[in-house]
Ligand binder design. Structure first.
Ligand code: GAL
Length: 660
């Protein structure tokens, strides 16, 4: 394994198959001179590795790997399964996936495969074995990336073909009998009961909305397919490439599978960070076009930071150290870091001067041990010609390159992120929100990011962890949108509260049973005694319709009230259909905020944090603080200078300050 460095390291994603062979040695030398130490290779190179069935051509990749090796670069090799070649697809069209309209998604871009296809699974194992046999022991190869961005382009689920054929058997394994399935899904409603496993199809193309329990199980089934698909590759890589790490490059806010399940077999997680493109798709709900415009050249700090914190915790390890006992050399990483404009958003602005450095510093402060830029040289062919690189199309250094060259890596020591606050995250809850949003302006991510953002605006470091994680030792645990509750989960939360942790829940907490129904005894189901209340009413609010809350707050998009059974109301609704009913309740160390109001969330969290002895700082708009390894990173994400605590922070800049 590679040794763990004492400070942040850099790399890039390079594509020797895209340029003439005489460029390879030059690029490798330039990368070393720029201070890069890692290079990721070959994730889309199947058609060059195996141009015809069973006919491998390794000569070019051998030479490319040697070129990087000669300059001391360490190679992350990939399994090329995101791009099965034309000969394979035309020989076995049953590999192709189906969209939600029942149409085949054809060859001609990437990710055109169904995870359930037995034929594809065989070819995935075969090409993984071939590439691992060739490079598994190569001295330049320090680790592996499986495939590329599982579920990208909506490929986490296929709605026909192999997946449709495999779904009934997955259900039979889970439920044993059709009676049990019909009961769990509540199929008596609208006469949806099945009398034969073969009658069950994916939950699409129904006349009106499909049953949410059907959707939930289809999403679980699809997620299991990705987990199993990857596990087969990981087993082969472990066998043929001992001592090397295995990772995957996850995506921003990807909902298509359970990341905790899929990450389990890896040494650490990496993710692909595209701040400006991400903003166009994931700007916090209700914040509108003005926020997108204001942050168009940097991306929004909290959207980026959330993903860093998510992937730092996705293996269950605390504080950026990855899974315990895995011998993790480096982790987590940013495998693809934007270093100029992207090509895939509705608008693709030039990043602000300083943004590439700010993104790099932020990644480090949130636990990344390596930041690897996408891509070395801008592509001159095909789908991504409008995308940037560290070198332009003309091989000249871009602004991104110059910013990387000017970085002082010594100021970024590796070490733990000292979070005392955990924010809980759960893919099954996310899927239930998606299945029945009930308020078009509200979503799982919007609700989760609102709480996360409130914490960050108070200068607080956060571990994003699974709703089933070990919570002991956290001063405060925040559960913004954990709508699916199991008795075991409720017990863990109760144990944490018993141990002195303060728990803050958002609306819709514990609304649903594990099969997606509501609790017959009322929400909060098995969490009721901990919360000391039951849900009374909920109100879905269109933009412009608001429910006033005592203290001068106003709920947007969602408001719910409670029937107290031991808890006390700290805030109540004023006027409207929830008039006089509790909006925020408190039961010992447990608080539930039923009204969606950014100001209310922030004020309640500030109070709980102060009570728990977690220091807070009210930060100006666009200023953020992060802590790692005993140092503080102060960031200004705005385009203007900001006065803060006696300092003038330059536009789009950071300062590293000794002392956490
Ligand atoms: C990523 C992907 C890369 C490239 C990049 C462009 O999602 O992994 O292959 O397409 O986006 O921004």
């Amino acid at each position: 394994m590679t040794e763990r460095s004492t400070h942040l390291q850099l790399g890039s994603c390079d594509y020797p198959e895209h340029v003439p062979a005489d460029r390879w040695a030059t690029y490798a030398r330039q990368q070393r001179e720029l201070g890069l130490t890692f290079v990721r290779l070959a994730e889309f190179a199947w058609s060059r590795m195996e141009p015809r069935p069973g006919e491998y051509d390794w000569a070019w990749l051998d030479r490319a790997v040697e070129a990087y090796h000669a300059e001391g670069l360490r190679v992350v090799m990939c399994t090329p399964t995101a791009t099965p070649p034309a000969w394979l697809i035309r020989a076995h069209p049953e590999i192709l996936p189906y969209d939600a309209q029942g149409r085949v998604r054809d060859f001609g871009s990437r990710r055109h495969y169904d995870f359930a296809s037995p034929v594809y699974r065989e070819h995935s194992r075969r090409i993984t074995r071939a590439v691992a046999e060739r490079y598994g022991q190569h001295p330049a190869v320090v680790g592996w990336q499986t495939d590329n961005e599982f579920a990208c382009h909506g490929t986490g689920r296929s709605y026909g073909g192999a997946s449709a054929a495999a779904f009934p058997e997955w259900l039979r394994q889970k439920y044993g009998t059709l009676d049990a399935l019909n009961e769990a899904w509540g199929n008596v409603f609208w006469s949806m009961e099945y009398s034969d496993w073969g009658q069950i199809r994916p939950p699409v193309l129904t006349v009106t909305e499909p049953n949410p329990s059907h959707i939930l199980d289809y999403y679980r089934f699809s997620s299991d397919l990705i987990r199993d698909f990857q596990a087969e590759q990981v087993a082969i890589l472990r066998e043929l490439s001992p001592g090397r790490f295995v990772t995957h490059n996850f995506m921003i806010f990807e909902s298509g599978f359970d990341h905790y399940e899929v990450a389990r077999g890896l040494d650490f997680a990496t993710w692909d960070n595209y701040p400006t493109g991400m903003l166009e798709f994931f700007a916090p709900s209700g914040t509108g076009e003005d926020v997108k415009t204001r942050y168009a050249r940097t991306g929004h700090p909290d959207l980026i930071a959330f993903n860093h914190d998510l992937y730092r915790g996705v293996l269950g390890g605390r504080n950026g150290l990855g899974r315990e006992g895995a011998g993790t050399p480096n982790g987590p990483w940013v495998m693809e870091q934007e270093c100029g404009p992207v090509n895939w958003a509705p608008y693709n602005a030039q990043p602000a001067p300083g943004a590439v450095q700010l993104w790099t510093a932020q990644a480090w402060a949130h636990g990344a041990d390596v930041v690897s830029y996408f891509r070395w040289r801008a592509a001159t062919m095909a789908q991504e010609v409008m995308h940037s690189g560290l070198l332009g199309h003309d091989e000249q250094p871009t602004r991104g390159y110059e910013e990387v060259a000017a970085l002082d890596l010594g100021q970024f020591p590796v070490g733990p992120v000292p979070a005392r606050v955990a924010l809980l995250h759960d893919y099954e809850s996310l899927w239930l929100y998606d299945a029945q949003p009930h308020s078009a302006s509200m979503s799982y991510w919007a609700q989760t990011v609102a709480y996360y953002s409130a914490l960050r605006s108070l200068g607080v470091d956060v571990d994003v962890v699974s709703a089933d994680a070990d919570l002991s030792g956290y001063a405060v645990v925040v559960a913004p949108a954990i709508t699916l509750m199991t008795p075991e989960r409720a017990q863990r939360w109760a144990d944490a509260v018993q141990g002195g942790t303060r728990l803050v829940c958002g609306p819709r907490t514990a609304f649903r049973t594990p099969s997606g129904q509501t609790w017959a005894e009322g929400q909060f189901g098995p969490l009721s005694s901990l919360v000391g209340a039951h849900l009374r009413q909920y109100d879905s609010l269109r933009p412009g319709l608001e429910d006033a809350v005592s203290g001068g707050y106003s709920a947007r998009f969602w408001a719910e009230s409670y029937r107290l059974e031991g808890a006390q109301a700290t805030h109540t609704y004023r006027g409207g259909p929830l008039d006089g009913e509790p909006a925020v309740i408190r039961h010992g160390n447990v608080t539930v905020i039923g009204a969606h109001s950014e100001a209310l969330i922030r004020d309640v969290l500030r109070g709980v944090l102060e009570e728990a002895g977690v220091p807070t700082t009210d930060l100006p708009e666009g200023v953020r603080l992060s802590h790692r390894a005993g140092v503080t990173l102060v960031q200004n994400w705005t385009g203007q200078p900001v006065e803060w605590q006696g300092r003038t922070l330059a536009p789009v800049s950071f300062e590293v300050i000794a002392g956490a």
